[in-house]
Design a protein around this ligand. Structure first.
Ligand SMILES: Nc1nc2c(ncn2[C@@H]2O[C@H](COP(=O)(O)OP(=O)(O)O)[C@@H](O)[C@H]2O)c(=O)[nH]1
Ligand SMILES: [Mg+2]
Ligand SMILES: [Zn+2]
Length: 300
């Protein structure tokens, strides 16, 4: 039997459901793989040795990951991988009905940044409101912006092209139109995506595992845990670097340990005063900073 390439779609008990060019197979880790890669996750690209009589295949190798979405485990207990090789996290927000909450958008963008996964913003319901200020705000922060309407179909071709052949996460506040958008792109598609309510959920530790769904020639990572990935374990000191437009200024403030809150000689506060950084981005930063600094250590 010759080895074949595959992509892990789902964990299935002790086995994995793996997509190959010849269809889906169930596979288990070889002893060597188990030692080398203690946790194989959805999105992992693997090498499989099929079973000659059609039983479980064996995963003999796991390719290096280009990205890894991880949930950080508090109290220095490390991280838990959720999904590998995600290309883009799409943060969907509506422009009105419900009104966008910039802090919620920024929170999700920060989670993507902390995991070093590229993020993009989708402004949906442009049939109701063009949302120019929101687009400008997000572009200024360095994010690609898609403007869509699940109702009229506006902007869907661009969004489809950005997802085609790639691995995407779609997240965003409840009511933004995520289900409607995905359904407009692929009728019948349903996600189990947990939704971020306006009242931030903290300390919840849901462990519904991720699942990859074929989508637009690539995959959607259905990860109800994305919102729960939260800011756990993000060091207050690394938070500023999760705001792309802050990055060029980091290290240039008068004080080396500047928190960019009320210190004199702060280059980031100066950039806000000069109109280079949006004031509500700094506001989001401060809110999240407080959260990372005040993080209770009693959630598990
Ligand atoms: N006008 C308008 N309504 C939309 C659009 N997309 C979704 N909706 C409506 O917004 C509500 C929430 O949509 P849904 O897809 O369930 O949002 P989700 O919670 O993000 O999955 C539903 O009543 C949709 O019909 C859109 O582009 N334009
Ligand atoms: Mg939905
Ligand atoms: Zn500063």
């Amino acid at each position: 039997m010759t080895e074949v390439a595959g992509t892990v779609l789902e964990r299935d008990g002790a086995a994995y459901r793996v997509a190959t060019a010849d269809g889906e197979v169930r596979a288990v880790l070889s002893g060597k793989t188990k030692r080398d890669v203690p946790r194989v996750v959805v999105g992992d690209r693997v090498t499989l040795l099929p079973d000659p009589v059609g039983g479980l295949a064996t995963i003999t190798d796991v390719a290096p990951r280009k990205s890894l979405l991880e949930r950080r485990v508090p109290l220095g207990r490390g991280t838990r991988p959720i999904a590998a090789n995600i290309d883009t996290v799409f943060v969907v927000t509506s422009n009105c009905d419900p009104a966008p909450v910039p802090q919620l958008i920024d929170r999700l963008l920060v989670v993507a940044e902390a995991n070093e996964i590229p993020a993009a913003v989708v402004i949906n319901k442009v049939d109701l409101d063009p949302g120019i200020w929101l687009e400008e705000r997000c572009r200024k922060a360095g994010y690609p912006v898609f403007r869509t309407s699940a109702r009229t179909g506006a902007g869907l071709a661009e969004l489809r092209a950005a997802m085609a052949g790639r691995e995407s996460v779609v997240t965003g506040p409840s009511g933004a139109g995520k289900s409607s958008l995905l359904n407009a792109l692929q009728p019948g598609l349903t996600l189990r995506t947990g939704e971020l309510s306006a009242k931030l959920r903290r300390g919840r530790n849901t462990t519904v595992s991720a699942l990859m769904l074929p989508f637009e020639g690539g995959y959607l990572v259905d990860t109800p845990g994305f919102n729960e990935v939260g800011l756990w374990g993000i060091e207050p000191r690394e938070l500023a670097s999760c705001f792309p437009e802050f990055r060029p200024l980091i290290g240039q403030c008068r004080f080396q340990d500047c928190r960019h809150v009320s210190e004199p000689g702060c280059r980031i506060q100066e950039a806000v005063a000069a109109g280079v950084i949006a004031p509500d981005r700094l506001e989001s930063y401060r809110m999240l900073l407080e959260e990372t600094e005040a993080e209770p250590r009693d959630w598990e």
